[in-house]
Design a protein around this ligand. Structure first.
Ligand SMILES: *Cc1c(COP(=O)(O)O)cnc(C)c1O
Length: 382
């Protein structure tokens, strides 16, 4: 069994993908061009924002955001303690200080109450200026943006959405309007790394915003700080971060399948797991009311870390791959050991790191595969 079965997906989409790739090569149009433009237009429309600017990967996407918002030395950027490294790596690389916020036990996402507590502590105990929150749509579920937005407004901070795992997720508002992931930040980002909900065949990423000026700035920053007139008129320091045309060509095919059935299918797989694993002593992932997940991961919690170790070993023996996302709080990564400015105890993150286990999930997983994995888990835990 595959953890995320990209081979199966390729079998289904092969004809269209091969055709698109061949076209890019025969046109010898490898950088920019119509596929990139078409993809950006389609994704902006789907997400419901004015601008989508593609780039080389999800990490660059966050870095470009921070450059556009002029976040750097002296600034405090609040990030969840339980996420992939990039979320905190980018602000640190920009010279700002990431402050690590505890997450919620049930959704794995940044805890708004802990966020307020951490902001107040930073204001009280340091000279850093609270500048931005980077909220993450962890494992596919959007963070609690209404609440987080209120906090950002109160402290006059930017809200950045790291939607690397969240593309396709959404929140239904009180008046029944669907707001999609990558539309919640002042600027939002995503990644097309192959294993993400919408993945390409290499590295890729995108940035989303409703702000015309910021969009222009991002287009400039991602191509060597070019002016709107010419690539060779460089008016600011930027970087070289473009989405390859071949990747855009692949993504156009994959996005169509994603939108037409994959997103719905992966939600069914998650539902089957949740039903199968009911009342087993295993905690299944919780999705907030009115929220829709893109299911980048299906992550269960075992009662303790010993249980997890035994379960993972047992499943491996049975040919079932599992992953631990994440087994270390970000603030405990060696890379950050010299930049921790305040004492914080993120007890929820600590506990999760010892108990989480992500199971195989992807849109092409069959009901019988879900049953098989679930039965093995039940037989081990029960
Ligand atoms: C994957 C990921 C990124 C980085 O994306 P890349 O395309 O691999 O650079 C950033 N944030 C989160 C939460 C991720 O999962």
């Amino acid at each position: 069994m595959e953890f995320r079965d990209l081979k199966q997906q390729y079998k289904v989409l092969k004809d269209d993908i091969d055709k698109n790739i061949a076209k890019v090569i025969s046109d010898a149009s490898f950088i920019s061009g119509i596929y990139v433009e078409e993809l950006e237009n389609q994704l902006a429309e789907y997400v419901g924002v004015k601008h989508c600017i593609s780039c080389a990967n999800g990490t660059d996407a966050i870095s470009i955001c921070l450059m556009a918002l002029e976040i750097g030395p002296g600034d405090a950027v609040f990030v969840p303690d339980f996420t992939f490294f990039s979320t905190a790596e980018c602000p640190a690389a920009a010279g700002a200080v990431p402050f690590f916020v505890d997450v919620k036990e049930d959704t794995f996402n940044i805890d708004p109450i802990a966020l307020e507590r951490t902001i107040r502590k930073v204001v009280r105990e340091t000279d850093y200026k609270p500048k931005a929150v980077i909220a993450v749509d962890l494992f596919g579920q959007p963070a609690e943006y209404e609440y987080i937005r209120r906090i950002c407004n109160q402290y006059n901070m930017y809200l950045i959405e790291d939607g690397a795992q969240g593309f396709g997720g959404s929140i239904i508002s009180d008046c029944n309007v669907i707001k999609r992931a990558c539309s919640f930040g002042d600027i939002s980002t995503t990644s097309f790394f192959p294993a993400k909900p919408l993945g390409c065949y290499g590295d890729g990423g995108a940035i989303f915003t409703d702000d015309d000026e910021i969009a222009d700035l991002i287009r400039s920053l991602s191509v060597h700080g070019k002016s709107t007139e010419s690539k060779y008129d460089n008016i600011r320091i930027g970087m070289n971060s473009r989405l390859d045309t071949i990747q855009a060509a692949v993504l156009l095919v994959k996005y169509k399948a994603f939108r037409e059935y994959e997103l719905e299918d992966v939600n069914n797989v998650a539902m089957w797991y949740t039903n199968e694993l009911k009342d087993t002593g295993i905690e299944t992932p919780y999705v907030n009311k009115g929220y829709y997940s893109a299911w980048a991961q299906y992550t269960i919690k075992t009662p303790c870390s010993k249980d997890r170790e035994l379960l993972q070993k047992y499943l491996k023996e049975q040919g079932i791959p599992t992953m631990i996302y994440y087994n270390k709080a970000l603030r405990n990564q060696k890379a950050f050991e010299n930049i921790l400015e305040i004492q914080i105890e993120n007890s929820v993150t600590e506990s999760l790191c010892g108990r989480v286990l992500s199971l195989p999930i992807h849109p092409y997983m069959s009901r019988s595969d879900v049953k098989m994995v679930s039965d093995l888990i039940k037989c081990r835990i029960g």
